[in-house]
Design a protein around this ligand. Structure first.
Ligand SMILES: [Fe+2]
Length: 204
């Protein structure tokens, strides 16, 4: 399929629109982080249970580095939704988030390595796990915020959907060297346009 044909194909935005609407409702109902993570995990699990709604242009790997595409940002920047796309063998640096986040695997497998940071600045590995399609993980400064994520598949891309408690591409946060030395960064996004969730002429 050509890129043009992909762009012209009607995308059913119902699932993603329903997800962002439900998430806005959740944040209007509570500001308690654990309640947001618990109820938000259930919403995200439902979204990623079906892999038929992510437009192809937001699932494109890049041969040079993993990609972070913005799918939606709340108008008050209370939360953002992104797709993360790892090509074969690609990995993030060790990094933090500084806000709560939910990670749900839509396609493929991700290896998550968790770290604690001691008051001295030293990083201590806390173990690793594989997240498979349909599974959801959480991060926050309260429950553990530092990790490294690697595509768990050696031969094809993996894609996950993340929700963060801010406009994550605009948040100043840090990557860490193995000795714990931090380096601040602001990630931005790989895309210049976002999905149109609000054209209801093609679907309900
Ligand atoms: Fe992360």
């Amino acid at each position: 399929m050509t890129a043009a044909a992909t762009l012209e194909r009607p995308i059913d935005t119902t699932r993603l629109r329903g997800f962002v609407t439900a998430f806005a409702d959740l944040l209007a109902a509570t500001r308690d982080e654990q309640a947001i993570l618990d109820s938000g995990s259930a919403l995200l699990a439902r979204l990623i249970a079906t892999d038929d709604w992510l437009p192809q242009e937001f699932a494109q790997p890049n041969p040079d580095r993993y990609q972070q595409y913005l799918l939606h940002c709340d108008s008050r920047e209370r939360f953002s939704v992104v797709s993360f796309v790892w090509g074969a063998g690609q990995s993030t640096p060790i990094h933090d988030h500084s806000v709560w986040g939910l990670v749900g695997v839509l396609r493929g497998v991700e290896k998550v390595e968790r770290f604690d940071r001691l008051p001295s600045g030293e990083l201590v590995a806390q173990g690793e796990e594989l997240l498979r399609a349909g599974e959801v993980d959480a991060v926050s400064p309260r429950i553990g915020d530092i990790h490294r994520v690697t595509n768990g598949l050696a031969d094809r891309p993996s894609v996950s959907i993340h929700v963060y408690g801010a406009n994550i591409g605009a948040v100043e946060r840090a990557t860490y060297a193995l000795d714990g030395t931090p380096k601040t960064f602001i990630s931005g996004y790989a895309n210049r346009v976002i999905p149109n969730l609000w054209d209801r002429s093609r679907n309900a």
